[in-house]
Design a protein around this ligand. Structure first.
Ligand code: SF4
Length: 697
């Protein structure tokens, strides 16, 4: 029997797992009782992670390629595949320039893989066209943190849960999507019943059901709500004027702005009784702490940046940051979205939190990589890549560890764009990815437990993820694939590493002297304990909570409050499209189901997608619970069974985002319908607000 300690590869909670392999390579697992995040607990997805690895029925085993669009894919050797891939990229770059190629990667990559993909693209292919599915997830939070505290640095630690007496959860359903964190909140409530839980969500989710107060606001109106709460906090004497004066900029302007906020108008805009908003503000005012938690309900919005800023204002106004139990706490969706951001995994970021817009930083990184130069112009984002494929500016794309043909908005356009591409290369572990349909080359990748590396969770905790088993067939770790490709491109000097640890060490050195300095972290240390960054020296224990000295990462060390107004930027509802569609996750599925979808036990919870609709809307439309309905947006339509439920507000409907093609049909996909509008700064799509109509069939 072989054992190892590893980390769950689903959500950003980052639970510790004890994984065992017997002599027949049969895997078993349990929660790691000694791991500080979960102390032995695992949710349904984590408990079944080994089953997704052991079931190899869908695994990609050999590289496949075709030499023309009308030819079938054929198995080839790795050398043939990489020779051809490099030849195609070289010829496209020569003919159309480096910005005609791009990479679209994933918050599920390990940090070493993410680092190499960024170094390859930004340093050596000569384009910043590398973006990640974290664009669909946390990019609004990244902008929110940078604009307020000066860097993309979640200040809290999970330990703050046990120190908090007020949880303000907005646009998140952690009971389903971050279950082990929510279990810690539940435990805190059991042990300290006076702690208050406030949930802001148009749906009465499981998180809302156990809250002290649920605010079922109209989708998209969060900024009105947060401004109204801020105004009430002034009235209730909860503003920390000393903190504002000593440690913040913009406090005076915000206080002046809030004088003109009309509470009755704000409540009407949110579709809430003013009394509910007053209750929320009173709970916050009476508490000693404030842990504000959010995820996609705020981030996936055409005003996602503003929602983040307005929420973080509440922590800053009350001085509840950098203290036990308090702070803004973005609940990261993916297991290594944080690690990806650390290595500059978005088209507008640079490695080790260097600033891509700063030519000095670009020169520093270029010198370190030995690549000559790095452009300070941002590359194409996830949705911009689709537009660029669609209109021909982008000719070749390499998709690694993500399934855009299910997860991006406006899928009719996405499919058309991928069909248009001259060359699509896809690295994945599963043959079930819908994106493979468009691939000219398929590269079989190793999965969790089949490769080693590191990940960073939502509280800045870096953990070591070991290899315990061999990948099946000829599947390879992504670092090996990236190195092989880079070598074929002629960059062997910069892309020859003996192992993943050497890549980590190179990344580590680039963080020296930055806000995320991890020069004290090594594989040797990580094999014993996980460590929260920053950790600048080998005798440093890591940093549990940031900003305990109230010196923020801004140039003047002061945090910034922002006056945030709430203009509606989403598409408009009208008589043709009178309802608002919002999308999200369900408890037992993960992303596009290429892993969780093959575990029978997980499919039992909600076996098929359903459109949630309020009984009033159903009655008006003549819709009966369980029957199929047609949902139409300005882009396309879906046909789907409906679930009539009063857990959603009237005027709003909900679809889970996980399902792609089902038995050859694409009619149940949520993203047939979604709008491709994005936040103007974070470029995160507006998944939570699409105008639709629903008709009985
Ligand atoms: Fe894995 Fe997240 Fe569940 Fe923990 S809460 S076991 S990290 S899916």
């Amino acid at each position: 029997m072989k054992n190892c300690k590893t980390t769950c590869s689903y959500c950003g909670v980052g639970c510790g797992i004890s994984l065992s392999k017997d002599k027949d390579s049969f895997l078993s697992l349990k929660g790691n009782e000694h791991y500080p995040v979960n102390t032995g607990m695992l949710c349904s997805k984590g408990m079944n992670l080994h089953n997704t690895v052991m079931d190899k029925s869908d695994r990609l085993l050999e590289p496949q390629m075709r030499t023309a669009k009308h030819h079938p894919l054929q198995n080839v050797s790795w050398d043939q595949a990489m020779t051809r891939a490099a030849a195609v990229f070289k010829s496209i770059i020569k003919k159309y320039g480096p910005n005609s190629v791009g990479l679209y990667v994933s918050g599920q990559l390990l940090t070493e893989e993410y680092y190499l993909a960024n170094k390859l693209t930004k340093g050596f292919l000569g384009t910043n066209n590398i973006d990640t599915n974290s664009r669909l997830c946390m990019s609004s939070a990244v902008v929110g943190y940078k604009k307020t505290i000066g860097d993309d640095a979640p200040p809290i630690s999970y330990d703050d849960i046990e120190n908090s007496d007020c949880f303000f959860i907005a646009g998140a359903n952690p009971a389903w999507c971050h279950p082990i964190l929510f279990r810690r909140i539940e435990k805190r409530k059991e042990q300290f019943p006076d702690a208050k839980i406030i949930v802001v969500d148009p749906r009465k989710t499981q998180s809302a059901e156990m809250a002290d107060l649920h605010l079922p606001l109209i989708p998209g109106t969060d900024v009105y709500l947060f401004n109204a709460i801020a105004k009430l906090l002034i009235q209730y004497g909860a503003v920390d004027y000393h903190f504002l004066e000593s440690h913040c900029n913009g406090g005076h302007q915000l206080l002046e702005f809030l004088k003109d906020v009309d509470l009755i108008e704000s409540a009407q805009a949110c579709g809430l009784e003013l009394n509910l908003i007053e209750q929320a503000a009173k709970m916050i005012a009476k508490s000693k702490t404030l842990l504000s938690m959010w995820t996609m309900g705020l981030n996936q919005s055409s005003i996602g940046t503003n929602k983040n800023l307005a929420l973080i204002n509440l922590n800053l106004l009350t001085g509840r940051i950098g203290k036990a139990g308090s702070g803004p706490f973005s609940l990261t969706g993916q297991p290594n979205a944080m690690g990806g951001r650390e290595v500059g995994g978005l088209a507008n970021l640079l490695a080790a939190h260097h600033d891509l817009a700063n030519p000095d930083h670009c020169n520093k990184v270029a010198n370190y990589w030995g690549c000559g130069s790095v452009s300070s112009q941002p590359g194409l984002t996830a949705t911009e890549m689709v537009d660029a494929l669609d209109d021909g500016r982008l000719k070749a794309i390499w998709v690694i560890c993500t399934n855009p043909v299910v997860s991006l908005p406006d899928l009719e356009k996405v499919e058309r764009a991928y069909k248009n591409a001259k060359f699509v290369m896809v690295s994945d572990i599963s043959s079930k990815s819908d994106t493979l349909k468009y691939a000219d080359m398929i590269l079989p990748a190793a999965g969790w437990a089949e490769k080693e590396g590191t990940m960073t969770n939502s509280e800045r905790r870096i953990s070591y993820v070991p290899k315990l088993i061999e990948a099946p067939g000829n599947a390879r770790p992504d670092v090996d694939i990236l190195m092989h490709f880079a070598q074929k491109m002629g960059f062997e000097d910069a892309f020859t590493y003996p192992n993943a640890e050497a890549i980590f060490n190179e990344h580590r050195e680039l963080t020296r002297g930055t806000n995320i300095d991890i020069c004290g972290v090594s594989y040797e240390r990580l094999k014993k304990n996980s460590i929260q960054w920053p950790c600048p020296s080998t005798d440093h224990p890591g940093t549990i909570r940031l900003f305990e000295d109230f010196k923020f990462f801004t140039s003047d060390k002061r945090a910034n409050l922002h006056v945030v107004e709430a203009p509606h930027q989403s598409e408009k509802t009208n008589s043709d499209f009178p309802l608002v569609l919002t999308t999200g996750r369900i408890r037992d599925q993960w992303h596009t189901m290429t892993r969780t979808g093959k575990v029978q036990r997980l499919n039992q919870h909600i076996p098929a997608p359903k459109l949630e609709i309020h009984p009033n809307d159903a009655l008006e439309l003549g819709i009966i619970d369980g029957e199929n309905v047609e949902v139409t947006s300005r882009r396309s339509k879906s046909i789907i069974a409906c679930q009539v439920t009063d857990s959603i507000r009237p005027g709003t409907v909900f679809l889970p985002m996980h399902w792609g093609y089902i038995n050859g049909s694409k009619q149940a996909r949520a993203n047939n319908l979604t709008s491709d509008l994005v936040d103007p700064i974070s470029k995160e799509p507006d998944f939570k607000y699409s105008a639709v109509r629903v008709q009985a069939l």
